[in-house]
Design a protein around this ligand. Sequence first.
Ligand code: XBP
Ligand code: MG
Length: 236
Amino acid sequence: ELKALLFDVDGTLADTEKDGHRPAFNMAFEEAGLDWHWDEDLYGELLAVTGGKERIKFYLEKFNTGFQKPADFDDFVKGLHASKTEFYKQLMAEGKIPLRPGVERLIRQARNEKVRMAVVTTTTPANVTALLTNTLGADSESWFEVIAAGDIVPAKKPAPDIYFWAMEQMDLQPEECMAFEDSANGIKSSIAANIKTIITINGYTKEDDFSAAELVLTDMGEPGVPFTVLSGASYD
Ligand code: XBP
Ligand code: MG
């Protein structure tokens, strides 16, 4: 029996990567006096690694090996990332990143029908608060029983740990849940936790392998915004 919907955030609830996270990283780099700039193509490659701090380290390992790391490298990355979070919160407060089609309808319907909900993401908790409060309203975070986010578990997606953590908090079994994801790293994580997964693709993830999904959709649709079923069972 389905009891709970578990939502990824970035790319699933909203298209936060291209015009949210990416510019926020660039603003933090500029503020720190670094000449790093992540354009859309490079950012697509950097999305291979989830988590902002992890992504900065991956960038230096793969794309900017000439950078002289300071002695307190971990603190340096933490500081840069904290600044990125502040810029991200500002961008969210400007209200420029809407929820994806169908997301608000689904969440409100689930809430009305007392279907339990949780957020399961690798992003920083403050970013989840910023997105939800600026889209669904000030109290909307409380609609979710658990906000599983950020550094709660050390092994981020594609590891299943964050899903295991959320299910343990909610005393749920995998077969009682449905996960909503948008990316290869996301579905690897949910499927490794044995949770059926519905995918809504986006620009960065449309070529990803979603063969393990229950259903792959362009988005969740609204009246006037038709969606397309790309693969999976035909649901009415
Ligand atoms: C989301 C991410 C995050 C954000 C950045 O993955 O990869 O790392 O890009 O967030 P998913 P922070 O949608 O699979 O959860 O900078 O706050 O870490
Ligand atoms: Mg995602």
